[in-house]
Write a protein that binds this ligand. Structure first.
Ligand SMILES: Cc1cc2nc3c(=O)[nH]c(=O)nc-3n(C[C@H](O)[C@H](O)[C@H](O)COP(=O)(O)OP(=O)(O)OC[C@H]3O[C@@H](n4cnc5c(N)ncnc54)[C@H](O)[C@@H]3O)c2cc1C
Ligand SMILES: *[C@@H]1O[C@H](CO)[C@@H](O)[C@H](O)[C@H]1NC(C)=O
Ligand SMILES: *[C@@H]1O[C@H](CO)[C@@H](O)[C@H](O)[C@H]1NC(C)=O
Ligand SMILES: *[C@@H]1O[C@H](CO)[C@@H](O)[C@H](O)[C@H]1NC(C)=O
Ligand SMILES: *[C@@H]1O[C@H](CO)[C@@H](O)[C@H](O)[C@H]1NC(C)=O
Ligand SMILES: *[C@@H]1O[C@H](CO)[C@@H](O)[C@H](O)[C@H]1NC(C)=O
Ligand SMILES: *[C@@H]1O[C@H](CO)[C@@H](O)[C@H](O)[C@H]1NC(C)=O
Ligand SMILES: *[C@@H]1O[C@H](CO)[C@@H](O)[C@H](O)[C@H]1NC(C)=O
Length: 523
């Protein structure tokens, strides 16, 4: 009891307590480093930082301290790295997370303004402020990263802060895996709560379809395990509803048998000195390959195939990635991608999940500069339809080729085939949907308007093309969306209202709507 009282006490700002509370091992050795929160003295935010520091020695860091600076650098996009919280809290237990929620309320109560906070796990969401907050408190979940497999081997309980590239090796040892991310550093917290597209999207659906239970801390600090039988409405809402209801501390995920799989990446030659793009045998080959891959006759629930077109430093790039979750090389369903005769490089092999994911990750940058990305979904189209999307992408970016650090990407991949157990209201077993994303990376913030309007233009023209073919779908996938996109509004009648109802029930004060900054809001 005494402990609870102490933990929920919101301290008044006092330089003495503050400095005394900085443990030596996190204290920056540089004398110039200001060990103060980046917030007005005695503001509710400064008082929360101070209270956390006092209640949880060693778990609170300020600008200039090594822990804080390393966390800042670990975000994937420069958009996120440039956002500077007043202080950073790193819980190492579920009780720490409860204590955070209680102190947040306590410090917000008598202050003139409620404290704003952000929650981060892997830090891979791209847009500014997705999982970090200027002048508020950022909660870094990465120490909650344990992985345990149930004795029957069928359920893996994964800490929300765990990166899948750290999870897979632990599961590979037991010849099982979970539906998780494909790239180094993506963590369960954002990925699973926002959906989760994977190598197993056709065989196992979205990652969130596979969650048996969520371990959460509600706005009032209460800890709960929610499942299909306990708090079922919250369980469903968390399957795609992201950070709107609670801080998730762990996921109980379906673990399934998985040995080696086959696949990797393929790069094609692309001669565009002659600007007739649709005459390119590479692009025609890729369009035909995608038609076959998405066709009902060619449907293979073990096969994943993406087309990745790039425009980097003024040069066009065309790649695919292909995966067979069975350890069989060159399955017929993927042959159209590996038979294209303009292949210049391929790295295809059999390996365990961690080996496959680590190798695939190496084809992508480890972090990016400023970036902007938009996503949409459509029903599989014909070769002319895909070629039109390819041309719109290349034609759109060519005029801004000289933009500093420009890397543009157009990615298509099959939308996971869901069994419908989530909040997204997608038709179960629908197999013919493609997700497309248009992304640009650039280095000079002065180019923001130019780059964003180019991405917008390509996005609008591609959607118009699909719309004219009757192929455009309303669905917007949260984890690939920009914050400007109306994700919940795209999920169909009643989807947002259901999520709003769940929010009102489990977070009556609206802490996750008004005080949690970053992500997609319900109201
Ligand atoms: C290089 C790259 C590759 C990608 N590959 C894939 C892929 O293969 N498949 C796919 O589906 N997506 C992919 N994504 C998108 C990815 O799923 C999202 O960016 C996802 O949000 C990342 O989760 P995170 O925990 O790393 O992100 P963060 O940026 O830490 O968090 C993202 C959001 O989730 C919230 N959140 C995080 N942790 C918690 C928690 N514990 N409780 C409540 N809310 C929380 C945050 O507040 C934030 O709004 C990729 C992104 C990148 C940059
Ligand atoms: C700090 O803020 C609290 C509440 O907002 C107020 O009561 C107190 O007087 C302030 N202290 C100082 C030193 O300004
Ligand atoms: C997974 O594959 C990698 C690379 O081949 C290997 O080093 C590792 O030991 C494998 N893991 C297991 C559990 O076999
Ligand atoms: C995993 O599979 C390998 C290869 O089939 C086998 O040698 C090993 O014993 C299995 N490990 C477990 C824990 O089942
Ligand atoms: C969907 O799959 C999950 C995980 O296997 C399972 O818990 C759920 O019951 C399934 N839903 C339906 C409708 O089959
Ligand atoms: C460009 O392609 C067209 C049609 O494929 C061809 O007729 C023309 O000669 C090509 N031009 C150059 C410069 O290669
Ligand atoms: C960014 O662009 C602006 C405007 O064109 C230019 O003045 C500035 O020098 C550029 N910055 C860098 C670092 O190149
Ligand atoms: C939301 O709650 C209202 C009021 O209880 C109810 O009438 C409505 O049906 C609920 N909507 C959904 C989609 O659950």
């Amino acid at each position: 009891m005494l402990r609870l009282v102490l933990l929920t006490l919101c301290l008044r700002a006092s330089a003495n307590i503050h400095l005394a509370g900085v443990p030596p091992h996190v204290r920056d050795t540089s004398p110039a480093a200001p060990l103060t929160p980046r917030a007005a003295p005695n503001s509710s935010t400064a008082r929360l930082c101070l209270s956390l520091e006092d209640a949880h020695p060693g778990k609170l860091a300020y600008p200039g301290q090594a822990v804080y600076d390393a966390a800042q650098e670990s975000y994937y996009s420069a958009n996120q790295r440039s956002v500077q919280p007043a202080c950073l809290f790193t819980p190492t237990s579920v009780d720490d997370v409860s204590s955070f929620m209680r102190l947040l309320q306590e410090c917000s109560r008598d202050g003139s303004s409620p404290v704003l906070f952000a929650v981060r796990s892997g830090g891979h969401a791209l847009f500014t402020g997705a999982a970090n907050i200027d002048g508020g408190v950022t909660v870094d979940m990465r120490q909650l990263n344990s992985v345990t497999l149930s004795s029957d081997g069928k359920t893996a309980t994964i800490g929300a802060g765990a990166a899948f590239t750290d999870v897979y090796p632990q599961l590979d040892e037991h010849n099982v895996t979970v539906v998780g991310g494909r790239v180094t550093g993506i963590a369960a917290g954002g990925y699973v709560s926002g959906g989760g597209a994977s190598l197993f999207g056709r065989s196992h659906g979205w990652s969130c379809d596979n969650v048996y239970a969520y371990h959460v801390v509600l706005a009032n600090g209460e800890q709960r395990r929610v499942s299909s039988s306990v708090d079922r409405d919250l369980w469903l809402a968390l399957k795609g509803g992201s950070n709107n209801f609670a801080i998730i501390t762990a996921f109980e995920l379906d673990a399934f048998a998985q040995g080696e799989l086959w696949g990797g990446s393929v790069t094609y030659g692309l001669d565009v000195s002659n600007t007739s793009l649709s005459a390119s045998s590479t692009l025609r080959g890729l369009a035909d390959a995608y038609v076959d891959y998405m066709s009902p006759a060619g449907y293979d629930h073990n096969a994943e195939a993406q087309i990745i077109l790039g425009f980097v430093g003024g040069a066009f790039v065309a790649q695919s990635s292909v995966f067979n979750v069975e350890p069989v090389a060159y399955p017929p369903s993927l042959a159209p991608f590996t038979d294209i005769d303009t292949i210049v490089e391929q790295n295809l092999f059999s390996g365990n999940v961690s080996h496959m994911v680590n190798t695939f990750s190496q084809t992508l940058p480890a972090e990016v500069a400023l970036t902007y990305a938009l996503v949409y979904s459509f029903s599989a189209t014909d070769a002319a339809g895909y070629l039109d999307l390819f041309s719109i992408f290349y034609d759109g970016f060519e005029p801004i080729a000289a933009t500093a650090g420009l890397q543009a990407q157009f990615l298509i991949q099959p939308q996971p085939v869901t069994n419908g157990t989530n909040a997204m209201r997608l038709a179960p077993d629908q197999r013919d949907v493609v997700m497309a994303s248009v992304t640009a990376v650039y280095s000079n913030s002065s180019d923001r308007a130019l780059v964003e309007s180019t991405v917008d233009g390509v996005f609008q023209r591609q959607k118009a093309s699909l719309s004219s073919q009757g192929k455009l779908l309303p669905f917007i996938y949260l984890n690939y969306a920009d914050v400007s996109q109306d994700v919940f509004g795209s999920w169909g009648t009643g989807a947002r209202e259901f999520l709003q109802n769940v929010s009102s029930k489990y977070d009556p004060l609206g802490v996750f709507q008004k005080q949690l900054v970053g992500g997609f809001k319900l109201f």
